[in-house]
Design a protein around this ligand. Structure first.
Ligand SMILES: [Zn+2]
Length: 399
């Protein structure tokens, strides 16, 4: 089941605004009860707080959803505490309403219960209607804030049978997608530029935490609204092209990347600011949910499968040499050629993913370099290159 959401602006009525605030207060009440009794599971929290929420004049669906929302917040807090991150006492500030019950999609809008026997209809835009009227799409829940309406939608999609793989290499300035046949760069250098111009450089006359927070959030919102569009365009095209060519997407494991650019690692402040200003997981998140929606398999390589993917020659498996004079280019001493670093990474990722792919889906035809070969279980995967393809390959061919 693939899940995603579609949102639009709407104009709230006074009734709806009252409902949003009521919901917020119910969430805070359940949070308080949960903290008091050290309960964070939905079941325990429901038993403890459902009766206490009786004094709120709200449809009873929303009471359950408020408890569920509070349980989610408490669970997230517990997770942070387990990982050793400092947490504050949770409290919902923004008026909001989340519900998976009671609503109805009529031919022109979303109809929700406001109070006993009274319903309110929110008109949906043509875009929203078009998205939710696609075949097999079901609306699972809705979320209202003061000016936005968000619908969570789900559908069952058949998996696309893939014939090959493409690797996606994430870099600061581009996304490189490709395999042995071809590679393509998606330029994101504009987002680096935007991040540079939305960084706070001014020195404050009064170094006040409240002022800094307000300015940082203003610039942060501006940055997000300008860069997310660029990234969405790139990931949309990547998934569309992969669906068209029936190639599974292979993602590298970039766990621990932040620790490479910490204070005290000998890099400049500006460089670290630039590298850490890039949201590494956002590209992955977008590719994954878009691929799932299209029914395209995504392969996440493990840490050890990712290792060395950008410094290994895709031709001979030799470790590539870098040179200050060759910017983002690498030199293979054995093949005596210069290769693009990003291209090399994408090709290697695609190959390593293909090895995994052949293991999990043994009857899918895999295009070899010379032509199509049936990769039946037991047959070796084509183009086995020691040091390039995944290390477990020899074990697999013997079995
Ligand atoms: Zn080589």
């Amino acid at each position: 089941m693939a899940v995603k959401s579609v949102w639009q602006y709407y104009v709230p009525a006074a009734d709806v605004l009252r409902l949003l605030d009521l919901f917020r207060r119910m969430v805070n009440d359940s949070l308080r009860i949960g903290l008091l009794n050290n309960a964070s599971s939905l079941r325990r929290l429901s038993l403890l707080s459902y009766n206490q929420l009786a004094r709120y004049h709200s449809p009873s669906y929303y009471k359950l959803c408020a408890i569920s929302r509070a349980a989610g917040i408490l669970a997230a807090r517990n997770k942070s505490a387990r990982r050793g991150y400092p947490t504050r006492t949770p409290y919902a500030v923004k008026p909001q309403l989340v519900s998976c019950y009671g609503f109805k999609i009529t031919n022109d809008g979303l109809e929700i219960p406001v109070s006993r026997g009274k319903r309110f209809s929110i008109p949906l835009t043509t875009h929203t209607l078009q998205v939710i009227s696609q075949s097999g799409v079901k609306v699972r829940s809705f979320t209202l804030t003061q000016n936005k309406l968000c619908l969570c939608i789900a559908r069952d999609v058949p998996m696309i049978e893939c014939v090959s793989t493409v690797g996606v290499d994430r870099n600061l300035r581009n996304l490189t997608v490709g395999n042995d046949d071809q590679t393509r760069h998606y330029d994101l250098s504009k987002s680096v530029r935007i991040a540079g111009t939305t960084r706070i450089v001014a020195s404050f006359r009064r170094n006040d935490d409240r002022i800094r927070t307000r300015i940082a959030s203003k610039y942060g919102e501006r940055r997000t609204s300008r860069t997310s569009n660029l990234l969405h365009n790139a990931t949309k095209t990547i998934v569309a092209v992969a669906v068209q060519r029936r190639t599974a997407i292979v993602l590298e494991n970039i766990g621990g990347i932040r620790s490479l650019y910490r204070k005290g690692n000998g890099q400049g402040r500006r460089y670290r600011g630039r590298v850490n200003g890039w949201s590494y997981y956002e590209a992955q998140r977008q590719i994954e949910y878009k691929a799932r929606w299209a029914g395209l398999p995504v392969i996440r390589l493990s840490r050890s499968e990712t290792r060395g993917s950008s410094v290994t020659c895709p031709r001979c498996g030799e470790r590539l040499q870098s040179d200050k004079r060759l910017e983002r280019k690498l030199w293979c001493g054995r093949c005596r050629i210069v290769m693009d670093r990003d291209r090399v990474a994408a090709i290697n990722l695609a190959r390593r993913g293909r090895v995994r792919f052949a293991r999990s889906q043994p009857l899918v035809r895999i295009e070899a370099q010379g032509g199509a070969v049936e990769a039946v279980k037991g047959n070796p995967t084509p183009t086995v290159i020691p040091g390039v393809d995944a290390p477990k390959l020899t074990h697999q061919t013997k079995s």
